[in-house]
Design a protein around this ligand. Structure first.
Ligand code: DX5
Ligand code: ZN
Length: 225
């Protein structure tokens, strides 16, 4: 189980999108997190498959991780994969057949992920774990960057880590910074999405190195190695 750090493009300067994608590629990040919002599942609109394709064009070697905050993600899975998504995450609260959607993601040869809102019980995802490469726990209400981390989500992460063991990747998204990443790592998370915290850094690479240093002290059982 490796530590991964994923800058969220939602916090980028949209007037300089190509440069911002190149900045992430040069920072040593493990992947680029792309937030897709449909103004229905969440009260905001972001961008679509073209920005995933732009990321592929600007930084072909930077892994593209796509988080679909959509009521009907099932209708768009094929298009996002065609445009370059390498992981596709859907929400367990989406209005579609979750089994079929996860099967389709895998059948297209990319990694599958399931996401929970902060209020959704962890039991909701358990039936689908066999079809998931990773589980994302939202640590803010999805829809906007720059919100505060919700520590009340941590017991759910700890519960899933206890039952899933080290085989599953567990990710947090929302309000992640040096302090809150450690809180999430203590609970059992090993993948960290960070938007505003990383994009506001003068030197994103230095911040990612520091974050990796802080997190590598944890063995994800709640003990300092
Ligand atoms: C929120 C998105 C996040 C967001 C995180 O709905 O899923 O990926 O970009 O932004 P920060 O890190 O600023 O909370
Ligand atoms: Zn996200």
């Amino acid at each position: 189980m490796s530590i991964q750090i994923l800058p969220s493009l939602l916090a980028a300067d949209f007037g300089r999108l190509s440069e911002e994608i190149a900045r992430v590629a040069g920072s040593g990040a493990d992947a680029l997190h792309l937030d897709i919002m449909d103004a229905h599942f969440v009260p905001n609109l972001s961008f679509g498959p073209d920005v995933v394709a732009l990321s592929r064009r600007v930084a072909p070697g930077l892994f593209r991780h796509v988080h679909l905050m959509m009521s009907r993600p099932d209708l768009y899975i094929g298009r996002f994969v065609e445009y370059g998504a390498q992981t596709v995450q859907i929400h367990v609260e989406a209005d579609c057949d979750i089994w079929a959607a996860l099967r389709e993601i895998r059948a297209l040869g990319v990694r599958s992920g399931l996401v929970l809102r902060p209020q959704t019980p962890v039991e909701a995802i358990k039936p689908y774990l066999g079809l998931c490469d990773e589980v994302l726990f939202m640590t803010v209400n999805p829809g906007y960057g720059g919100q505060s981390f919700m520590p009340e989500v941590m017991p759910k992460i700890a519960a899933l880590r206890r039952c899933a063991g080290s085989a599953l990747d567990i990710m947090v998204d929302g309000g992640v910074n040096f302090e809150t990443a450690v809180v999430a790592a203590e609970a059992g998370a090993n993948q960290f999405v960070a938007g505003s915290f990383l994009f506001r850094q003068q030197d994103m690479g230095e911040a990612i190195n520091k974050l990796r240093g802080v997190l590598s002290a944890w063995n994800f059982n709640g003990n300092i190695v």
